[in-house]
Design a protein around this ligand. Structure first.
Ligand SMILES: [Zn+2]
Ligand SMILES: [Zn+2]
Length: 640
């Protein structure tokens, strides 16, 4: 072993310390090591840790003597101090591992003697939940009694001395600097020499609820006795500190995050009308005073679970008497879902907390955040409580393909089934609404459903019914939800039309859309229903732009064919436009009007000045006036 020449023989790292001491009640390991250093007259403060490092280096172990995390280090400490391994473990921060390690994490274990495993504290949890030796806190009156550093001052959530009912101090009363454990043991600030025992005390003697909260919190860390009579009246959701402490931290974290919008902490719930002005800046380490108020406020959310939590959340939304109600606070509560519901607690003993929080969100009618829904969408209790289904689940229930379901919810009759603010790509449906639709569909599709399927306005659907293309069961009484249509017939009808459509032509063509076609010939009584009828009767060719179409409006026609269509349709009934007849027979169109005005002939259909007449009657009348047969028009002659 390499013992440096500069190391005095007194500190030979292989031998135990000459002077030893027992641990004092609740004494921290760092405190005991500092006292041992003094007892053994090691003048240099780092000497003991140097000794420790050398001992551990000889064993190829990387660890710290004052923050041991391995059995071998504890064994070296035991060898050095002659304290037992159990005493040393109980004095170290390792004793807090069980309560500060999140339940959902696979906590690391420390191999101990006799093949036993002990909880091992990970540095990140230590950093988050425990004060470091460089920023200690202390009770001045405890120091007056005996000068050493107590274990119950280590957790960040601990803020008072339960013996003296005062707030712990966490800085030098004179120069204000942070106080180290070594300074606590020495009772003096090393910078300004202030006597820490004379730090002014802040009594919390009258704050019964504050004391209660600290009694319970300190008992979770096993640095105070369990206050059974307090616990009996608190009605916590669990008796386990490993369940209650993470919840407390979560509530505290939410209170901190919400401070920007509500810069006061809620008092215990009986006094919620007023609040405590403890402004805590983001990323700031809490002072003892701030920790006291923060954890006390958070504690109220754990009492009388889940009512306490609900009251706390209500307070966050409504009970700010000093300011006008801030709309941003609502959004804050929405964002809180992210932290609360996205924790991986679904299968842990903490799952109940998520369920109760979700109940609150739902009862309050707050929108569920999409990321939360994604996270929980397969968790059975979430589906049950939130009453939501995914697209797949909804498709199966309604017996529709996802594509067909999309027809209904994108703009159609199932839009009401979607939850507000749902994602377009992964929509979520309200179970109750979907079940109501399924029930409704037992009697058939309504006008609204058919509109969704054909993607046309109601007037067009009613026209399709009117001209006999779409049969209905019963009589429509003006109710959009009336189950009139047989779904299969509607589906077949649409499929039949699609089957008639021709692909988009390769060569240039004068194709116009359905809406354009309707605009061109609607005035001649040819609307969408008649156009569809004409496609089915193959009187006109319909084209589709893509292999799949979703709407009757996605049919295209040749413009020339559309212009000819009205004449063609009426010709099938034996009618002809008066203008056209006059042109073909070579007399002025006005003559037809004269005959009509004289009562010689009656138009079959009249669109303003454009009228259709029975062709046979017109022929007879024309013959009477000397127009015996059609004449070849000069313009056509020139072209041929
Ligand atoms: Zn004290
Ligand atoms: Zn000082």
């Amino acid at each position: 072993m390499n013992t440096s020449t500069t190391t005095p023989s007194l500190t030979d790292s292989t031998i135990p310390l000459l002077q030893r001491t027992a641990l004092w009640p609740n004494e921290s390991l760092a405190s005991a090591l500092e006292r041992l250093r003094q007892l053994n007259f090691y003048t240099h403060r780092n000497l003991l840790s140097t000794v420790g490092r050398e001992r551990l280096a000889a064993l190829n172990i990387e660890d710290k003597l004052d923050q041991p995390a391995r059995l071998e280090t504890f064994q070296q400490l035991a060898n050095l101090t002659h304290l037992t391994l159990d005493e040393l473990y109980a004095a170290s921060n390792q004793r807090f591992a069980e309560v500060v390690t999140p339940l959902e994490q696979d906590s690391q274990k420390m191999p101990w003697l006799d093949n036993v495993l002990r909880p091992r504290l990970e540095p990140r949890w230590a950093h988050q939940h425990l004060r470091s030796s460089a920023a200690a806190q202390f009770c001045p009156r405890c120091l007056q009694a005996t000068a050493y550093h107590r274990l119950n001052w280590v957790p960040r959530a601990v803020a008072i001395c339960l013996d003296h009912l005062c707030l712990l101090a966490d800085h030098c009363p004179r120069c204000g600097k942070h106080i180290t454990v070594v300074e606590v043991v020495n009772q003096h600030c090393f910078k300004c020499q202030a006597d820490l025992r004379h730090t002014p005390q802040v009594s919390i003697l009258r704050d019964k609820r504050g004391i209660q909260s600290q009694q319970v919190i300190q008992s979770w860390f096993k640095v105070a006795n369990s206050p059974d009579e307090v616990i009996a009246v608190c009605h916590f959701p669990s008796s386990l500190s490993c369940v209650l402490y993470p919840l407390l931290c979560l509530i505290a974290q939410q209170l901190l995050k919400g401070q920007a919008e509500w810069p006061n902490l809620p008092r215990p719930l009986n006094d919620l009308a007023t609040s405590i002005k403890v402004i805590i800046k983001p990323h700031q380490r809490l002072t003892s005073t701030q920790a006291y108020h923060l954890y006390q406020a958070a504690f109220t959310g754990l009492r009388n679970w889940p009512n306490g939590l609900r009251q706390l959340l209500n307070a966050y939304r409504d009970c700010d008497n000093t300011n006008a109600r801030s709309p941003s606070r609502q959004s804050y509560l929405c964002r809180m879902q992210y932290d609360w519901l996205r924790s991986d607690w679904q299968t842990s003993p903490l799952a109940f907390a998520q369920q109760d929080f979700l109940d609150y969100v739902l009862k309050r009618g707050l929108p569920l955040m999409p990321s939360v829904m994604d996270h929980l969408q397969d968790v059975p209790w979430f589906i049950e409580r939130a009453g939501l289904w995914t697209q797949g689940q909804t498709s199966r229930l309604l017996d529709l393909s996802p594509t067909d379901l999309h027809r209904f919810y994108s703009y159609g009759s199932l839009t009401n089934c979607l939850i507000p603010h749902t994602r377009t790509r992964e929509p979520r449906f309200k179970q109750a609404e979907v079940l109501a639709v399924k029930q409704r569909w037992n009697t058939g599709w309504s006008l609204k459903d058919v509109i969704s399927w054909l993607r046309v306005p109601p007037t067009d659907v009613l026209r399709l019914v009117e001209i006999g293309l779409l049969p209905i069961d019963g009589v429509w009484v003006g109710d959009d939800e009336q189950g009139l249509f047989n779904p299969q017939i509607v589906k077949d009808f649409f499929a039949q039309i699609v089957a008639r459509l021709k692909p988009w032509p390769d060569a240039w063509c004068d194709l116009i859309s359905m809406s354009r076609a309707v605009a061109e010939v609607d005035w001649l009584g040819v609307d969408l229903a008649v156009l569809v009828q004409s496609v089915l009767a193959e009187r006109v060719l319909g084209h589709q732009r893509s292999p799949q179409i979703e709407s009757l409006y996605h049919i295209y026609f040749s413009q020339a064919a559309i212009f000819k269509l009205p004449d063609q349709i009426y010709a099938a009934r034996g009618w002809i436009a008066g203008v056209k007849f006059a042109y073909e027979y070579g007399f002025p169109a006005a003559l037809v009007h004269d005959w009509e005005a004289a009562g010689s002939i009656k138009s079959q259909l009249s669109f303003g000045s454009h009228c259709y007449f029975d062709q046979q009657q017109l022929k007879e009348l024309a013959a009477k006036h000397g127009f015996l047969s059609p004449v070849v028009q000069p313009s056509r002659k020139r072209r041929t």
